[in-house]
Design a protein around this ligand. Sequence first.
Ligand SMILES: [Zn+2]
Length: 257
Amino acid sequence: MGRNWADLPPELLGLCSQDLCPNDLSAFRAVCHTWRSAAVEESSDVPWLMLADKKGERCQEFFCLPCQRIHKKLLPEVKERTCFSSQGWVLTIGRDGELHMLKNPMLRHSHIIKLPNLEKLPDVQFVLTDNPTTSVDYRVMVIYNGRNKGQLGLWKPGDKEWTEVISRDYHFDAIFYKGCFYALDGIGNIWRCNAYGPTPFKAKRVFTLPHELISQKQIYLVQSTTGSLLVVSRHGIFEPQGTFQFHVFEIDLKTKS
Ligand SMILES: [Zn+2]
């Protein structure tokens, strides 16, 4: 009597499936109904690393940390586009200014959100307040080149267009921190935008960094694992030898120190 792989005990199939990476688990689940029923649910929160576009390659390549291999996925929304990430989502921007947010390339049809086009390409940043998979009340902020360089734009589900946030221009970093967006402009001011408040289109200056901290350096806003707001200053970005030092400062928005 011939053996049928579909007749393997479900508990054995479940055991076999539990250590598979999302890609292999997807293949496992596609074998037959029995294998699909017995497989564990996909629950990995280890991100895939999206690799740079390769000329002539139709698929997008991802480096899979759990299995240490490269997986390929057909994702036209990603190919030949500029990509940014926030909250585990990827924002993709085409040359025509078309914007998409993607979550999981394994589940592409249910995890793509189309955003209004931007006339000009976003400059540096894309920030989400929340994960659209688990929250419907999220907001998106982008730094983009509109009328001016490095403007702030805000979007929420249902909006037909981006809302321009009134602030200084030339922002080059932004973060969502303790319920508000914070953005850093080119002269060291930190602006707060309460995206859930009555005037989300207005940002307020809440901190000014010392000039010596920002001159000739690249500055980033970062939240520490303990919940502090940090400014990271990267030295040497404009030097021929490249980055050689980082300085980290903790910002206290209450005492402004
Ligand atoms: Zn893998």
